[in-house]
Design a protein around this ligand. Sequence first.
Ligand code: KIV
Length: 272
Amino acid sequence: MSIHKSELKKITTHQFQEMKNRGEKISMLTAYDYSMAKILDSAGIDVLLVGDSASNVMAGHETTLPITLDQMIYHASSVVRAVERALVIVDIPFGSYQGNSTEALRSAIRIMKESGAHGVKMEGGSEIRASVERVLTAGVPVMGHLGLTPQSIFKFGTYTVRAKEEQEAERLMEDAKVLEECGCFGIVLEKIPASLAQKVAREVSIPIIGIGAGVGVDGQVLVMQDVLGITKEFQPRFLRRYADLHTTITEAIVGYIKDVKSESFPNEREQY
Ligand code: KIV
């Protein structure tokens, strides 16, 4: 059941915080194009993330590293044009903010100005503090991202669970506090033990959104293609599929091909 237009109330970063304060869980999914964003928004999703996972699921790259700022802006502006209610957050892509706060500011401003999005997301903790702070000085809301950070995949070498050891867990907690102190409006925690994620969500006041981080956080995010069963190969333990669109689409296309070949499409009513 979709939400009626009169029930629409735009989600702002203020409401995002209010949801945590009153204990309402936050729903977040990725989106990269107009048609799909329109469906997700009218279904009532709270937050749409224009993730750099577009590099994988839209462009077919193995990692998130190749996607460019221009490409992210293209995806983001398509999503923004579809949305009436959801908060739209955009990943600043690899190479557009790390180690250079001026470039971080320039990238964030381009995203906000050219796409009309409501905020940006950046991967990392204390090592990107200067960039996070600089972006925040321009009034751009920033969401952090800790735990498994796919833009650093070549540093870690694997996509396994992060922060299982005490030292890494302590560092992650410190980084979460640094991001909160800087003024981030939320943090994504990816693929870390549920007990640690719950501890972070309790110890920091800003909303914590988990992906593979258990139920004790303030909300959940997944990649839309995974949730809808469009991707088949990716089957991590944390993923719950809510549809099997791979099969549905395949069956529809097989039917279309068959009808074209047999000349049963178009019929009398489907022509002029
Ligand atoms: O790019 C992305 O889709 C993300 C989510 C997995 C959190 O960062």
